[in-house]
Write a protein that binds this ligand. Structure first.
Ligand SMILES: O=C[C@H](O)COP(=O)(O)O
Length: 276
């Protein structure tokens, strides 16, 4: 709810202009071969954004998503948005269980899981938001982003207690959602530490990498078909971050720092050009 309908339309127009720039210059086509881009506007503008994107030849690599949906396809649920209708109008991805949905609208792991099943049933991809509520202790190096690229202990045995606690909290959410969808369905897990959303800086790189490593190593993720579970990071993400999170993290989920199409496009290019 940051944008008016007019601003959403202008944002998408500008972004498409950048992505589909004159091939003689910075061609976007190789870029789009190596990365999936999603745009998740409010429900009212989903169909309009689908129409804008469909105008371009390579629109298949730009997924238009919705920010929530109901878990039933049809019925007496006044005010709710049907996943079947979202699919019908060209929506391909549905964000579920965002921290604000959980905090302000009473969503739970159970409701998120039911919605994830509904999204897959309607041949769309669930983008399930997960993340711990409590920030690391103030003295912790995990608390905020900074420039210390410590050596990583890849086995996870030396993870700090708050990393282990964060991953355990996240894994409850992950297990619930993944139990609701077939093992071979595409799923995107958006790891968004709640305390890093709407902040001035993302969570520290080491924290994100360690938590994501633990999620990826979990039985719930390892039991899924190979290549069907992508994990992206969100929470004050923007340009300059991805190269420091990869290869543990597959991509980014931007909020405010994507509001400027040029910044968003720059971030997409960084992800596309990363050597992983
Ligand atoms: O919806 C996106 C996430 O909640 C992150 O938002 P943010 O990048 O503005 O912190």
């Amino acid at each position: 709810m940051y944008f008016s309908a007019a601003r959403t339309e202008a944002f998408v127009r500008e972004l498409l202009g950048l992505m589909f720039a004159d091939p003689a210059h910075e061609s976007s086509l190789p870029l789009l071969d190596s990365v999936d881009v999603f745009i998740i506007p409010d429900h009212v503008t989903v169909a309009g954004v689908v129409a804008q994107v469909a105008h371009h030849h390579h629109h298949h690599q730009i997924l238009v998503g919705a920010q929530d949906c109901h878990n039933e396809d049809a019925g007496a649920f006044t005010g709710a948005v049907s996943p079947a209708v979202l699919a019908e109008v060209g929506c391909r991805l549905v964000e579920l269980g965002h921290a604000e949905r959980r905090r302000l609208f009473g969503e739970t792991d159970a409701s998120t899981a039911a919605k994830a099943a509904a999204v897959v049933r309607n041949a769309m991809v669930p983008l399930v938001c997960v993340g711990e509520v409590t920030p690391p202790p103030p003295t912790s190096s995990s608390r905020q982003e900074r420039d210390d690229d410590d050596d990583d202990d890849d086995d996870g045995n030396d993870d700090e207690p708050h990393v282990v606690a964060a991953a355990d909290e996240v894994l409850v959410q992950v297990r619930s959602a993944l139990a609701a969808v077939p093992a071979d369905a595409d799923v995107v897990l958006a790891y968004e530490p709640v305390w890093a959303i709407g902040a001035s800086a993302p969570a520290a790189v080491d924290h994100v990498r360690a938590v994501v490593r633990r999620v990826r190593a979990s039985d719930a993720v390892r039991a899924r078909a190979p290549g069907r579970t992508r994990i992206v990071y969100g929470g004050s993400a923007g340009p300059g971050l991805f190269a420091r999170l990869a290869p543990e993290v597959d991509g980014l989920f931007l909020g405010r720092f994507a509001h400027d199409p040029a910044q968003f496009f720059r971030t997409v290019c960084e992800v596309a050009q990363a050597p992983w």
